[in-house]
Design a protein around this ligand. Structure first.
Ligand SMILES: CC(C)(COP(=O)(O)OP(=O)(O)OC[C@H]1O[C@@H](n2cnc3c(N)ncnc32)[C@H](O[C@H]2O[C@H](COP(=O)(O)OP(=O)(O)OP(=O)(O)O)[C@@H](O)[C@H]2O)[C@@H]1O)[C@@H](O)C(=O)NCCC(=O)NCCS
Ligand SMILES: Nc1ncnc2[nH]cnc12
Length: 294
């Protein structure tokens, strides 16, 4: 039994939970639950989301047990499904359904990759996603599946199958670029949010607002990036956007998950403060460009 390997993956899991907490508490987040309000989610509260974080932590602990016991992969897919059921039973809503899948995938990838190295992690995510979706068979009748069929988008499935580009090619470079330039965690978070809004094929947005809704999020993400770059009042801009999104019943739960996953992965790599030289320590690529092609 390799106890240092288990200690390492436990630290990684703790970092992913911290990332979800940092993403939750970032305020304001248009249309989403934060310290100000519940956005366009009357079914969610801060207390429910915090309870959800504890369910996530228990889930990842079970995932690690399965990995350490070298169980068959299908056991971990069932653990994920069970966590979704527990979350829905306890909270009556999909508070972190997407993050259950994403964090489970990343824990599996980190275990098999053996390091934080970005290219090793990407390859391991692609392999885990292929294994999972091959075993998954006919997907459930979900909002995400309806959106993928109706709009020809990939949603969380294609995000996973492509090795989490919104994490490795968008979120991580965007955060490190901003923290390197400004030294401000808050600015780096909002800059990362702006880039993810322009990149993530968020099926929760499509479900609520259709193609026009997604185009709105992309446009607002670019505007937010510009307001931050011009040292404008991005907080007021976000507060106004939150009012608009709540009125339009528009949300971006997938963007929220990818922001949390970015903060969690950077925490695991010891890069959140931006002080360590990322290229030397983790084989992370130089400042990339988000899928938005910029
Ligand atoms: C693999 C599955 C997760 C597939 O899910 P599918 O897309 O078929 O079904 P959904 O129920 O729609 O769940 C997808 C959730 O993923 C998030 N998401 C959406 N787009 C993206 C994207 N492009 N990239 C990343 N993540 C994405 C999103 O989750 C977040 O938003 C939810 C909150 O928003 P809300 O609008 O409230 O959502 P709903 O309550 O559903 O709608 P309303 O009724 O309120 O309007 C919240 O869940 C956030 O996390 C999507 O919701 C799944 O089928 C699966 O297989 N899971 C179990 C297996 C597992 O975990 N195995 C471990 C693998 S190793
Ligand atoms: N803060 C948040 N508000 C609403 N849905 C979310 N999904 C993940 N994080 C969320």
């Amino acid at each position: 039994m390799n106890f240092s390997r288990i200690a390492e993956i436990e630290r990684f899991a703790q970092a992913l939970i911290k990332g979800a907490a940092m993403g939750l508490y970032l305020t304001p987040k248009p249309g989403l639950v934060d310290l100000a309000d519940c956005g366009s989610h009357p079914d969610l509260t801060m207390a429910k989301m915090e309870r959800s974080l504890h369910i996530l932590a228990d889930y990842l602990e079970e995932m690690i047990r399965s990995l350490a016991d070298n169980e068959h992969f299908i056991c971990r897919a069932l653990i994920g499904r069970k966590a979704e059921e527990v979350m829905f039973k306890v909270l009556g809503t999909n508070s972190h359904k997407g993050y259950i899948f994403l964090s489970g995938l990343l824990i599996n990838a980190r275990w098999h990759a053996g390091s934080h190295d970005e290219s090793a992690m990407e390859k391991a995510v692609v392999a885990a996603a292929a294994q999972y979706f091959t075993a998954q068979g006919e997907a459930d009748a979900t909002n995400g599946r309806s959106a993928r069929l109706r709009y020809g988008t990939g949603g969380i499935v294609r995000e996973a199958q492509r090795g989490l580009p919104s994490l490795f090619t968008c979120g991580v470079p965007a955060y490190l670029d901003a923290i390197g330039r400004t030294g401000s965690f808050s600015i780096a978070c909002f800059h990362t949010l702006s880039r993810l809004m322009q990149t993530v094929e968020d099926t929760t947005t499509l479900h609520r607002g259709g193609a026009m809704g997604l185009a709105r999020i992309r446009r607002d993400g670019l505007r937010l990036e510009q307001v931050i770059a011009e040292n404008g009042d991005h907080i007021s801009f976000l507060e106004d956007l939150n009012f608009e999104y709540s009125r339009l019943n528009l949300t971006m739960g997938g963007v929220a998950d990818m922001l949390s996953l970015t903060l969690g992965y950077l925490t695991a790599c010891g890069l959140l403060t931006g002080e360590r030289d990322r290229s030397r320590h983790h084989g992370l690529r130089s400042i990339g460009r988000c899928a938005a092609g910029r």
